[in-house]
Write a protein that binds this ligand. Sequence first.
Ligand SMILES: [Zn+2]
Length: 113
Amino acid sequence: MALVKCTECSKEISDQAAVCPSCGAPNKNRVKPMNGFLKALLVVGGLFILFLMFGAYEGSKPENREKQHDRDAIELCRSRISNPSLDPEAQRFVSRTCDYMVDQFRAKYGVEP
Ligand SMILES: [Zn+2]
């Protein structure tokens, strides 16, 4: 809070006063009061809206969701290869299946999963 000069009577008035208390002239130098809480709320609100927008944007791209799904499937497949309860034949089969999924992924998205 600071003091400013009234444009009408030149008396010092608060920069947050809407009108001059002495002459009633509108304070042209008025600074709109904004407390820390409101500022913090604006920052948090802004971030939250950005976050929501980004989330909606990413979620609205079906390719991304599908890609993540395919990636998860490959991940799951690979975790099965090292399953000690599988016999070597089954492990080879799972491994081939994973390789096939990776090939499909590469062909589909042009990147490594
Ligand atoms: Zn005044």
